[in-house]
Write a protein that binds this ligand. Structure first.
Ligand SMILES: CC(C)(COP(=O)(O)OP(=O)(O)OC[C@H]1O[C@@H](n2cnc3c(N)ncnc32)[C@H](O)[C@@H]1OP(=O)(O)O)[C@@H](O)C(=O)NCCC(=O)NCCS
Length: 144
């Protein structure tokens, strides 16, 4: 398994988008709106691949203060609980450390809160329904 940063237009990037579409926005009307949101072009895109097949993906965007925002992380269902999400998130956090970010923010699905907590994120604020999917999320932050 290899972790790679990929650029828009590359084959591995396109495979990652497909995984995001299939497992984050399945059944959502106009998924392109969320996949190709205003952050997409200014984000760092990371995949974990094996034999040129993408198994998991994550995205990092910096806000105007240089803090990190992690979004659209997903691992293909049959490859979950094999440390792939950990590899991706750890890399995104390291990028923030090198950048000098003070904090890393994300919105987690309620079901994934425990995963992010393992890497040191804390819940901040109340639960809210995602305007995109209606799925209940919570805001989380990691202080670096
Ligand atoms: C959340 C997700 C990205 C985690 O990826 P993963 O590759 O399965 O996670 P890992 O195997 O790297 O797990 C790392 C650790 O977190 C734990 N963990 C993984 N998913 C968890 C979850 N949903 N709740 C609690 N703990 C979890 C693992 O047990 C592991 O702990 P350990 O080191 O003590 O064994 C993956 O389950 C997923 O794609 N879920 C659906 C989409 C989703 O919810 N994405 C997040 C949107 S905000």
């Amino acid at each position: 398994m290899n972790l790679k940063e990929v650029n828009i237009g590359e084959k591995l990037y396109s495979q990652g988008v497909k995984i995001r579409r299939d497992y984050l926005f399945d059944g959502i009307e106009k998924p392109e709106k969320y996949l190709n949101d205003p952050w997409e072009k200014r984000s760092i895109h990371v995949v974990v691949e094996s034999e040129a097949s993408v198994l998991g993906v994550g995205r990092l965007t910096y806000d105007e203060d240089g803090n990190g925002i992690v979004s659209q992380m997903v691992v293909k269902p049959e490859f979950r609980k094999r440390n792939i999400g950990f590899m991706i998130l750890e890399h995104l956090i390291k990028l923030c450390v090198f950048k000098g970010s003070e904090k890393v923010y994300l919105s987690s699905r309620e079901s994934a809160v425990g995963f992010y907590e393992k890497l040191g994120f804390n819940v901040i604020g109340a639960k809210f329904a995602s305007p995109q999917t209606g799925i209940v999320h919570v805001s989380m932050v990691l202080s670096l």
